[in-house]
Design a protein around this ligand. Structure first.
Ligand SMILES: Nc1ncnc2c1ncn2[C@@H]1O[C@H](COP(=O)(O)OP(=O)(O)OP(=O)(O)O)[C@@H](O)[C@H]1O
Ligand SMILES: [Mg+2]
Length: 334
């Protein structure tokens, strides 16, 4: 009997679950490699936490950037490490249903599939992440009405309107949570001449970023180093500064949603305004993000509960229903 596995390899986080519910896990999408001999030092959350404390020859690699595969070998190693942690033996038959960003090219899709095969999967089916998220949110994707979905991930933000089991219109921008983090770090570098670690930038975003300005007066003190001497210092950062740092990216995301909706045929556009847009992905949890999108796009936008798990949840539903999904042309790339 083959193990049926759902796998969501993300820019920030990789999630895996078995169809029988025996395994459900998530790890940071990080592989720490000793550059002297190519050996893996660590994988996942512990590698991510160690980043600032590692010796120089240990370097953290991410298999994905901007939502797509950039390092095939690292992707395969990450997936193998996940299989090992899940307790899959080297000789077990593992059938993987795995997400691929809708923006991925056919070469990138092939790379992701090959990485799973190299990691030991015996069969791999790919499902676009917007479709998986819509299925995870239990939208009526097979029906002749519009099912609008947004996935606000770490590496990309994707919007799709589905109907009759397929994507009708779709827009992706390579702007996600990590780009917001980088924009916050860049702002501190130019304003105060200090460098902050990526996880510090991420925590500022989670704590005091609001695209509507409701956290402008919040202040956090974070550890940093001066650009000039590298000396450790503490800096005070306000919500207002964080808001200013992310504003261009927020505008890019809003524009892409509007473009996506403007391409929907009139009947489906009507459905969208009645049914609203479901938000998936980790950044859907950002303070005021659904309110901002509702206001700017003119359609009610609602974050799903546990939005970062929606793609995995959708994949799990697909695992048991792969043949039904196969009927629609764009869902699989075999
Ligand atoms: N409360 C929050 N406010 C703002 N951002 C958040 C919050 N919680 C998580 N995030 C961000 O969400 C992102 C992770 O989302 P998600 O897990 O959907 O990404 P991913 O699947 O790894 O990436 P992708 O699908 O784009 O490859 C990270 O950038 C994280 O910092
Ligand atoms: Mg994702």
């Amino acid at each position: 009997m083959a193990l049926l596995v759902a796998l969501d390899v993300g820019t920030a986080t990789t999630r895996l679950a078995t169809a029988d519910g025996s395994v459900s896990m998530s790890e940071s999408s990080v592989v720490a490699i000793d550059t002297r001999n190519g050996d893996i030092v660590d994988v996942g959350d512990s590698a991510w936490r160690m980043v600032a404390r590692s010796p120089r020859h240990v370097v953290n690699f991410r298999p994905l950037a901007n939502g797509t595969t950039v390092d095939f070998d690292v992707a395969a190693r990450l997936i193998r490490a996940m299989f090992d942690r899940a307790g899959f033996g080297r000789f077990s038959r593992v059938h993987v249903t795995m997400s691929v960003p809708s923006l991925a090219t056919s070469i990138e899709r092939r790379a992701l599939r090959q990485a799973a095969l190299q990691a030991g999967a015996s069969e791999v089916a790919l499902v676009e992440s917007t479709i998986a998220a819509a299925i995870g949110a239990q939208l009526a994707v097979e029906e002749p009405v519009a099912s609008p979905i947004m996935v606000l991930g770490a590496g990309a933000t994707e919007t799709a309107v589905m109907s009759l089991g397929g994507i009708v219109t779709h827009r992706s921008v390579r702007v996600g949570g990590t780009h917001l983090d980088e924009a916050i770090a860049d702002m501190l570098r130019t304003r105060y001449g200090v460098v902050i670690a990526p996880h510090v930038a991420a925590s500022l975003k989670i704590d005091i970023a609001s695209p509507l300005g409701s956290l402008r007066k919040e202040v956090r003190v974070v550890p940093a180093r001066t650009v000039e001497t590298g000396q450790p210092v503490s800096v005070e950062v306000s919500g207002g500064l964080v808001e200013a740092a992310i504003t261009d990216h927020v505008r890019t995301v809003v524009r892409s949603v509007k473009e996506c909706l403007s391409e929907a045929p009139p009947d489906l556009a009507q459905d969208v305004s009645v049914r609203g847009i479901t938000l998936a992905g980790g950044v859907a949890q950002m303070t005021d993000v659904s309110e901002l999108l509702t206001r700017e796009v003119g359609v009610e936008c609602r974050a799903a509960p546990q939005p970062d798990l929606l793609v995995l949840r959708g994949l799990l539903r697909c695992v048991n229903d792969v043949s039904a999904l196969r009927r629609t042309s764009r869902n699989f790339d075999d």
